[in-house]
Design a protein around this ligand. Structure first.
Ligand code: PMV
Length: 318
């Protein structure tokens, strides 16, 4: 390394058309493509450096100001990922990472985490990699991290190669200043089933899952067209339907995976009621109980009134 410290930061992203299921669990190759939107101001900042030998020959990983035990799942996963980047087995890293995601947002941070770590490594080793290569590397840490290198909309190509070199994400250049996201916090506790475990169980035990890759890729195409045409109704409907279809496969998995809480379902009904009243709002959900609302700026007052604790973000306004 020619630098002593490498730094990187990356935003969290929310999938509009989801990634659920891997065709390769080591390389994180998906069974379908996906599209997302990044949230400005929410994400991860990471620093990385090479350190001289430690007592137990382990990396040092700290998260939000706290040095983690080498055996902690978070630290183990980071060290495992860093194995790709050790010139030899004696190389050890110190990783200092902070999530600027307020605990209140209830957002997963592995996407921004691995994107920020890859940017920090790129800075440390002065690789100057192109976006495509950065995305390929981030994908190895967490699939959804491939989409966290870009502001605004992004698309992750499924790819068909077994080496995964055609499975990376790219920025979609569209600006859409009226586009709003509302974060509805239902519960911020650690999810009971990780997405890695959840996907694997779904692929292995859910008969309905057979229908997923085809619908997911169809939804992805519809969403990409809707972004290009700025057709909010089509985007919202497709995103909501896509999220519910993904959750249907989770529920039909054994043992069942139900990320929803009663309050999640209550909030869904509220969204549907609002739509009946003419307020155009849709929701999407990931591997957790929280809802992410999708709406345009004109509906901001109605959304604030209906959901008093909603945190509203405008991804295209800086
Ligand atoms: O990147 P992972 O392994 O955390 O999986 C993310 C899965 C979902 O968030 C549910 C969907 C997605 O496309 O982000």
């Amino acid at each position: 390394a020619s630098k002593s410290v490498g730094k990187g930061s990356a935003p969290v992203n929310i999938a509009l058309s989801k990634y659920w299921g891997k065709r390769d669990t080591i390389l994180n190759l998906p069974t379908n493509g996906s599209a997302s939107i990044s949230l400005p101001g929410l994400g991860t900042e990471t620093q990385v450096k090479i350190i001289s030998a430690t007592k137990n020959h382990q990396d040092k990983v700290s998260l939000n100001g706290e040095l983690l035990e080498a055996e902690a799942p978070f630290a183990k996963r980071v060290s495992n990922f860093l194995n790709y980047f050790r010139g030899n087995s004696h190389t050890l890293f110190e990783v200092t990472t902070c999530n600027s995601v307020p605990t209140a947002a209830g957002l997963a941070s592995s996407a921004s985490g691995y994107a920020a770590l890859v940017l920090a490594l790129d800075d440390l080793f002065e690789w100057n990699l192109a976006d495509k290569e950065l995305s390929l590397l981030a994908r190895l840490g967490s699939g959804s991290a491939s989409r966290s290198l870009f502001p605004g909309f992004s698309v992750w190509h499924q790819g068909t190669q077994t080496d995964g070199l055609d499975s990376y994400a790219e920025a979609i250049e569209t600006q859409w200043p009226e586009f709003c996201i509302g974060l509805l916090e239902i519960d911020v506790k650690q999810k009971p089933v990780s997405s890695t475990q959840g996907m694997q169980n779904t692929v292995e035990t859910c008969a309905l899952y057979q229908a997923w890759p085809e619908q997911a890729n169809r939804d992805l195409q519809t969403i990409l067209n809707a972004i290009e045409e700025k057709n909010f109704s089509t985007l919202g409907k497709t995103a909501e339907h896509n999220a519910l279809t993904m959750h249907a496969t989770m529920i039909a998995t054994w043992p069942p995976i139900v990320y929803w809480q009663p309050e999640s379902v209550e909030a869904m009904h509220k969204v549907w009621q609002l739509r009946e009243q003419g307020v155009e709002v849709y929701f999407t959900m990931d591997a957790g109980p929280n809802l992410k609302l999708l709406f345009l700026q004109t509906e901001k007052p109605a959304i604030k009134q209906a959901f008093k604790d909603v945190k509203i973000l405008e991804p295209f306004k800086h």
